[in-house]
Write a protein that binds this ligand. Sequence first.
Ligand SMILES: *Cc1c(COP(=O)(O)O)cnc(C)c1O
Length: 401
Amino acid sequence: MTTYRDLGLEPIINACGTVTRLGGAPMPQAVLDAFRDAASEWVPLEQLQAAASRRIAEITGAEAGLVTAGSAAALTLGTAAILTGHNLGRMERLPQTDGFANEILIARDQRNGYDHAIRAAGATLVEVGFNEVVSNAGVRRTEAWEYEAAITPHTAGIAYVLSADSAPKLEAVVTIAQRHGLPVIVDAAGELPPRENLRRIPATGADLVAFSGGKAIRGPQSTGILCGRRDLISAAALQMLDMDDHYELWSPPESLIEHEHVPGIPRHGIGRGLKVSKEEIIALLTALDLFASGAYDAEIPRLRSYLETITAAVNDLPVVCGITKPSSPDRWPLLEISIDEKAAGRTAFEVCKALRAGSPSAYVSHGKLSAGILVVNPLCLDDFGTEKLAQRLCEELSPPT
Ligand SMILES: *Cc1c(COP(=O)(O)O)cnc(C)c1O
């Protein structure tokens, strides 16, 4: 067995939560057990994905679903499905899209680094609207009519990045899309919890929704979910699954692949590089069951106690601590440590950097450094990590003597 230490790596204290850069969510024991057990037996992947589709459909209320290699992969596969439908010639040509509609509308203020995954399928993003609030030029954000005004014969669909603050509302965008027969694909990667969102977002009528499997669901870091319309999931599955079979022998379940649309087997599609293993699929489904059933709620008091321990430890230092009030009962709180930078003799940025460089190395959330605040997300902490983090914070925050 090889360990991180064998490779010269010292594991860090992760106080950032499920971020990809540090390796994602802590997988529960049941998920690890499911992964190990699934590794010693074999099943055809298309049958496993068809079973996963039924399970995802039950849990999300969508017609069908696919386990993908993360939410970004789900965006690429969903976009590919929107661009090609069941047209095998188009599947073969992606990401080349000459000769068919390839434009995806997106609100300008929803553009972000993950939309590279949409462009990777061959789509061209067409921006609509403005956020005049952030540019301090007015009070208006992107408005629903602006999507409608941008639709042309080249428009293939609409991409929507969901957050608590996204504007206009998803429902309003879905209404316009439906009026024009255009599909909407939603990036809801980080919108869990609340667990109600698993059903609430597909229930808006959005055609495809992408969730991360390696964030709050706590499946393998390299998993995600694409759920939505059965024909689009079928087209996405065709472009992801391995296609090395004879047509006469090929019999993927009808519930996953809509056979009547498929006159032959496409070659490996644009999603072939985004494959998911049988173990990852079983582990993700195990985690999804746990998440959807509310099994993780029992851990919230323990996570809160870590934040209280750290608060007590740094009490005498030049900081003000505040434990946040979660926006839903199945979310865990965070600790915001606001540094008196003058009294501490260091900026939050310098403290964050010193925590990373120290031993053991500790990573705290860095989203509010410019406001002088370190954020502690307790999800990946344990008793030992909490104690070490409190100790490291005390070392780095003690005023110079
Ligand atoms: C995390 C995230 C993604 C990527 O999800 P993966 O599962 O890591 O591929 C995409 N979009 C948003 C908004 C995210 O927060």
